[in-house]
Design a protein around this ligand. Structure first.
Ligand code: CAA
Length: 240
């Protein structure tokens, strides 16, 4: 297959699982990471998937990075905006830095990457953008006013860009994962996480494969009638 897929935050956690699933399905895949060089190197050695390094919170870096991916691998047909961080704190203790870091990385990046990929997609008359939101963007979470705001913002962005892009054979959808077995979730205090898992009807955390299967479904050329939608994969923890 000639389609090129670019996955942000693609060397660890859900992003890595998504990148590998796309590669296994025959896409030419590139990943972007920011700072964990050891993890990126291990991912590249294990998967042979190309890894690029830039900060998706930086608009110019995204413009230059996408240019580099396009010249080395090919035009980006499928963009998976997965990169995300947490800076959890209750609002009465949250610092402006914790707020801004999460908004810029989790929501700003979706603008930065999509804005720099969309013109090429429009010219070529094909695109698939999959934005990774979160169950906590749908239902809120104590300690995550920043994260929930960014992840909810992604849903509005997704619907608006879907409307703008519908006539160009570009679909834009969101996936809202629940709690998955990633480093991010492992950082939640154990006693808090135990209670959260006890409230997940299927009785377990999700995994990368649970989310990647939805990305594959949405990335497919045949998924052209599905746009502006949000897909929940949360083990029944929240039903919108
Ligand atoms: N209801 C109301 N208030 C509560 C509460 C509850 N259930 N639980 C805690 N609080 C309040 C406390 O009353 C306390 O307020 P005061 O200072 O006024 O007393 C405040 O929260 C802080 O409580 P603690 O001192 O006990 O806790 P903390 O400040 O050390 O940490 C926390 C609080 C950051 C929220 C911590 O509990 C935490 O990390 N929770 C997990 C948050 C979470 O689920 N993050 C998800 C990360 S994974 C992810 O994001 C992926 C994804 O998409 C799902």
């Amino acid at each position: 297959m000639d389609r090129v897929a670019l996955v942000t935050g693609g060397t660890r956690g859900l992003g890595a699982a998504i990148a590998v699933a796309l590669r296994d399905a025959g896409y030419r895949v590139a990943t972007v990471h920011r700072s964990n060089v050891d993890a990126a190197q291990a991912f590249r050695e294990k998967t042979s998937i190309p890894v690029f390094c830039w900060d998706v919170a930086d608009f110019s870096a995204c413009r230059e990075g996408i240019r580099q991916v396009e010249s080395e691998i090919g035009p980006v047909d499928i963009l998976v905006n997965n990169a995300g961080i947490t800076r959890d704190a209750v609002l009465h203790r949250m610092t402006p830095e914790q707020w801004s870091a999460v908004i810029l990385t989790n929501l700003g990046s979706v603008f930065n990457m999509s804005r720099n990929a969309i013109e090429g997609m429009r010219e070529r008359g094909f695109g698939r953008i999959v934005n990774i939101s979160s169950v906590n963007g749908e239902r809120g979470q104590i300690g995550q006013a920043n994260y929930a705001a960014a992840k909810a913002g992604i849903l509005g962005f997704t619907k608006s860009l879907a409307l703008e892009s519908a006539r160009k054979n570009i679909t834009v959808n969101a996936i809202a994962p629940g709690y998955c077995d990633t480093d991010m979730v492992a950082a939640v205090p154990k006693e808090v996480l135990d209670k959260i898992v006890a409230g997940i009807p299927v009785g377990r955390l999700g995994n990368g494969g649970d989310i990647a299967r939805l990305v594959l479904f949405l990335a497919d050329d045949a998924a052209s009638f599905i746009t502006g939608a949000t897909f929940d994969a949360n083990g029944g923890q929240f039903m919108a």
